[in-house]
Design a protein around this ligand. Structure first.
Ligand SMILES: C[S@@+](CC[C@H](N)C(=O)[O-])C[C@H]1O[C@@H](n2cnc3c(N)ncnc32)[C@H](O)[C@@H]1O
Length: 257
């Protein structure tokens, strides 16, 4: 089972997926924000039952040195961490995605313009390529000076890295919805909440090597699979609605498990 996008329910899919087969999972599940039919749950308890069920199944599918990322609201991520704390896995980061776009414009509290991403690995031994996801330095004057002479730090002379600085856990990346606005107005998209390519590429470069198998659960447009393919990784995806899948991935669709 690789380089296929299965159009089916997540639980049917996970039950068929071989155990200990996945190197990296990037999971963008429902948030219980009622943005579409698939995002509506009777109550929080039902949403959490659903979330914890797919998490438990997913953990069985991960190799012992695998990593995974889970998207959600900061509030739900806090609950997910509480659930995952009893598993024998390693918590690495609570990433804040500053998406430069509000989900709602409330005047009774602060406008939500962040989402969260949990980054875990299955054990202490996991792949992480911090050099491949460096980002540009911000203070150019200081960096230019340091390039010539270095900066004395703890008795050693430090020189800036040509690829930029190490990636922090706050990611400033505009949402697709924000980038696609025309004259400030939201344009209806094929999918209500696609994730930016730049963000997915960062995760794949940091946490996988060529030929690894990447799990794209709740695939939506299939952006994870698309970028996995471009970066010479293998992918295996599941999405319930085939109309969401990007045109460039149609040849990988499987309507039967
Ligand atoms: C937050 S969206 C993922 C968007 C995706 N990351 C992208 O960039 O396009 C969640 C997706 O999960 C799918 N989904 C919801 N419930 C599902 C289920 N029980 N089984 C399979 N897919 C499901 C929805 O159709 C939706 O496309």
């Amino acid at each position: 089972m690789k380089n296929k996008i299965y159009i089916c329910d997540v639980f049917d899919f996970l039950n068929k997926l071989p155990d200990c087969s996945i190197d990296l999972a990037i999971v963008d599940p429902p948030y219980n924000l009622k943005i579409a039919n698939w995002d509506i749950f009777k109550n929080e308890k039902e949403f959490l039952n659903f979330s914890y069920r797919w998490m438990d199944l997913m953990l069985l599918k991960m190799k012992p040195d695998a990593s995974f990322y889970i998207f959600n609201t900061p509030y739900n991520c806090a609950l997910f961490i509480n659930f995952l704390k009893d598993k024998k896995i390693k918590f690495n980061n609570f990433i804040t995605w500053y998406k430069k776009d509000g989900l709602n414009y409330s005047k009774t509290k602060y406008v939500n313009n962040q989402e969260s991403i949990l980054f875990y690995s299955m054990s202490k031994k996991y792949y992480f390529n911090s050099d491949d996801i460096r980002i540009p330095y911000e203070s150019n004057k200081r960096i230019e000076h340091a390039r010539k002479k270095g900066i004395l730090k703890n008795g050693k002379r430090w020189f800036p890295n040509n690829k930029g600085k190490l990636c922090p856990d706050v990611w400033q990346i505009s949402s697709v919805r924000h980038v696609n606005k025309i004259n400030g107005k939201i344009v209806k998209q094929r999918h209500p909440s696609p994730k930016p390519r730049e963000m997915i590429e960062r995760m794949i470069r940091a946490s996988s090597e060529e030929n690894d198998l990447i799990l794209d659960l709740f695939a939506g447009t299939g952006v994870v699979s698309l970028i996995a393919k471009e970066l010479n990784r293998n992918f295996i995806a599941c999405e319930i609605n085939k109309d969401y899948i990007d045109e460039n991935l149609k040849e990988y669709l499987c309507l039967k498990l």
